[in-house]
Every structure is written in C-alpha cells, then in structure tokens.
Design a protein around this ligand. Structure first.
Ligand SMILES: [Ca+2]
Length: 480
C-alpha cells in the first residue's frame, strides 16, 4: 500500500478535513495524502479555441470539457515557448528555455538538465513517455542526440524527431532506442493511447506511483485523421481540410477519455492527478493547409505559433485530482508550463534542488484554492529570437508587455482586451516601466545577448516573417 505524508499544506488540509468529516465516511480516504500518480497529456499545436469549453461550436470535446469540470481550469495557462522544442524543454525542466539550453527549435535538451521524469524517478515513480519527443536532433542512425531514456523515462514508444512526428500514419516508430516497424494505416495517437492505457493497467497495484507523459501529435500537421473519425464531421464541413482538422481534435478528445477511463478502471481515479495542456497555440503555417487559420483555432486571441501574442502562448490548462482539487474551480492567475515540475514534485514529497535553478513555482495553492492568496505575484516571460524572429513578452497580473523586433513596446490589458488591440504603452507608464525592467533583467543573461530596445537584438538576423507574408489572417480575428 502506498503510504506517504507529503509536506503541508496539502497533507495538513486533507488530514484535517478527513478528521473533521470523519475520514472514510466522508469520502475523504487516507490515500489522498499519498503521493498521486501523475498523468500529463500534452497536445501539439492545439489552439485555445479548439475546445468546446472555450466556445468551439462546430464540434465538441466532451471528455476534455468533463475533465475541466471535475477539476481546475486554468484560464491563463501559458507556454514558455512558441515552438515545440523550447516549450517542451521548459515544461520538462521547470525552467525558461534560455535557462535550460533549449531556446531554439533545433536545440537538444542538455543531458545535465533535470526533467520531471528524473525528479519523479528519484522519488520512486515508474515513468513512461508515449508520443512525440522532439528534444534532440536526429542522428544519422535514426536515433536522437538526447534520448528520453537518458532523461528519466523508464520506457518510451513513439517519435523521436519533429518531422517524423508529422506522420499521422507512420510505418515505423521507436520502442526505446529500437526502430520498430508498425502496421501501416494505424493512427499514431491511437498507438500512444493504447500504450498509456496498458501502462496504467500494468501499474495499478504497484506500491509506488507512476508518471505517464503522453505528448500526442494532435493537432500538429499533417492534417490527416482516421476515416471513421472524419466521417463524423462530413455533415458539418464541405472543406476536406477542415473536416480532417475537426477529426484530429475530436479523436484527441476521445483519447483523453480513454486515458481517464483507464485510470478509473484501475481504481486510481482518486489517487491520480491528470493534467492536460498544449505545447503552444495553433499554427497558421503552410503545413496546416489553412486548417487552423480558417477555423480560427486561437480564437479570441491574436497571433499563432511562433508569436508571443496570446494566440501563440495561451493554451488550455486543466488539472484534475478528485478530493484534492475542487471540481469546477477556475483559476485566473497567470501560470506557465514551468510550474509543472515544482507542482508535481511537491505532490511527490519533494522540492527542486537549488542547483537545478528552476524558474517555476508550485501552483497547487492556486489549483486547490487553499492559501491561493499567498501565491506570489510574479512576472512570466516568453522569448523567441531565432529563425529571424525577435519577439519578447512579459506578463504580470492583468498586463502584458510585448516587444517585437526591438521596436516600440506594446502594453496590453488582457482582461478588457484579450485580443491585444489597444496599446496602453503611452499612458500607463508605471506598469510599462515595471515590465520593461523585469524583461531587461530576464534577458540580461540571454545566451544570444541582452535586450536592447530600439535596436535589433544581438545575435538575431532579422528577415521578413514568412508566415506574416503568407497568411493574411495572422493576428486577425476571423469569424468562427
Ligand atoms: Ca508543437
């Protein structure tokens, strides 16, 4: 039997509540003070507006809607990167991309960085990754320079490289380090969900908990989906690309439902934290074939993948842990994917070591609502200064600073203007200065050089943004 008393306030609160309400009779069981299993489901390029709980009307996402309703829904959940590799590295290490050596999309996650999997493994967790890695460049042999097996995962199955993960119906995948042929015609995320379901069942009676990381490839291009899923949307759409995109989203929702059901079937629902989010906003780039742009996947936000506007970085964020996180809780405090490592580690009865230099914070107080008022006000950062871009953002409370191409700072008040249309920089100078000072400090140790306003940033070769040129919808609000 798993027994553990994690640090307060979680253990204290659950213990007090159990004592007050009468323990078993109240439905608050002793195991709620144990270390939970942790399931982290990560979507790829999923837009805020792709889920029905965020207003999508052409299709529905009942499993995600239900998951959100049964736990905490974070309405200001930010990624720490605007493309895959930096975002995923930050998520796994709890550090901003410039602090974990992975601020470009072709960077490898350095071996010395401590991941969630390594941190939890050291606490006795079984760890698995099924899905897309993209944390190390492919090698000539077909492997990857930084392998998940070297970053704390006991077992893995899926794609190692980014471009391989475009294939929705792969003919080979990687089982650990081994390239394995798989029967063609099977949808990749079906494989990964099957593996996840099997992993949960296999570990249900273990004395120690598990960490399952499921980085699915939905909704990243290619825009292809299983025929039976596409058929469900033919009456809604005439455009085959929109039809396929809708099918990608609803298939992903069904996969989330299967994982939740597997947890339930294993009798682990009350002892499992389930987290769902996306690595960044939807893309309007060529590979998406205008699926996300025509469907306005980031609605109501401005921007897309590779931009620091809300459409690029504000994504769905759900945490469900029955008995600990109250159902129906909505959190409006800004949080970021760097917060997951310290949060998970707190639940596992640990804390990040000081020499890991983790940037994120434990957000359990926000998720549970207990001592939420003690959660410190802080500034969150997003930087993207490669591939010809020079985009920075600093977010604090209701305000957000954007500095594009070292030009004039833009200041937005997000509650009144989530689409970032009204620039308050000329008049709200105190908050502007605070955010500029924070951003300057954050950028001081940037490996490519510090922030210089009104001048191109060092180490950045500016060029025309290809996606601005190709996509007239960039940054525009389009009809649903
Ligand atoms: Ca992505």
């Amino acid at each position: 039997m798993r027994r553990f008393a994690p640090r307060c306030p979680l253990a204290l609160w659950t213990g007090l509540l159990a004592a007050t309400l009468g323990g078993e009779a109240s439905g608050v069981h002793a195991r709620e003070t144990d270390r939970p299993n942790i399931v982290l489901i990560l979507a790829d390029d999923l837009g805020w507006g792709d889920l029905s709980y965020n207003g999508r009307i052409q299709w529905s996402t009942p499993h995600l809607d239900d998951l959100a309703a049964r736990g905490a829904r974070f309405d200001r959940f930010y990624t720490a990167g605007v493309v895959c590799a930096p975002s995923r590295a930050a998520l796994l290490t709890g550090k901003n991309p410039i602090h974990c050596g992975t601020w470009r999309n072709d960077h490898d996650l350095p071996a010395e960085e401590v991941t969630i999997a390594e941190a939890l493994k050291a606490k006795g967790y079984h760890t698995a990754l099924y899905g897309k890695w993209h944390q190390g460049r492919p090698t000539r042999e077909g492997g990857t320079r930084t392998h998940p097996l070297d970053q704390g995962f006991d077992e893995t199955f899926g794609f190692l490289s980014a471009t391989h993960a475009w294939e929705k119906f792969p003919n080979h995948l990687f089982n650990g380090r081994d390239r394995v042929e798989v029967p063609q015609g099977r949808y990749a995320d079906d494989w990964f969900t099957d593996k996840g379901v099997e992993f949960i069942a296999r570990h249900k009676d273990d004395p120690t908990p598990f960490f399952l990381y499921l980085p699915l490839t939905s909704t990243h291009f290619h825009i292809e989906a299983p025929e039976d899923e596409i058929a469900k949307h033919r009456s809604t759409f005439s455009d085959p690309i929109q039809t396929a995109y809708a099918a990608i989203v609803t298939r992903m929702d069904a996969q989330v439902g299967r994982i939740v059901q597997a947890v339930r079937d294993a009798g682990l629902e009350d002892s499992t934290l389930i987290v769902f989010t996306s690595d960044h906003g939807a893309t309007f780039e060529g590979g998406s074939k205008e699926a996300s742009s025509s469907l306005d996947s980031n609605h109501p936000f401005r921007g897309q993948k590779r931009t620091v506007y809300e459409g690029g970085i504000r994504v769905p964020g759900i945490m469900t842990y029955p008995g600990v996180i109250p159902a129906g809780r909505i959190v409006s405090t800004p949080v970021q994917t760097i917060d997951l490592l310290p949060t998970f580690l707190e639940l596992a009865g640990g804390r990040p070591e000081p020499d890991w230099k983790v940037d994120g914070l434990n957000i359990l107080p926000l998720a549970t609502g207990r001592e939420a008022e003690t959660f410190p006000e802080r500034t969150l950062f997003v930087e993207w200064r490669s591939e010809g871009y020079d985009s920075l953002a600093a977010i604090r409370g209701d305000y957000k600073l954007v500095v594009e191409r070292a030009g004039k700072p833009e200041l937005y008040h997000l509650p009144s203007d989530p689409a970032e249309r009204i620039n308050w920089a000329a008049t709200r100078k105190t908050i502007l200065q605070t955010l500029m000072d924070d951003l300057t400090r954050f950028m001081a140790d940037h490996p490519d050089g510090p922030l210089t306003v009104n001048a191109p940033s060092p180490g950045v070769t500016l060029r025309e943004h290809p996606l601005f040129k190709k996509n007239p919808n960039h940054g525009q609000l389009t009809p649903r």
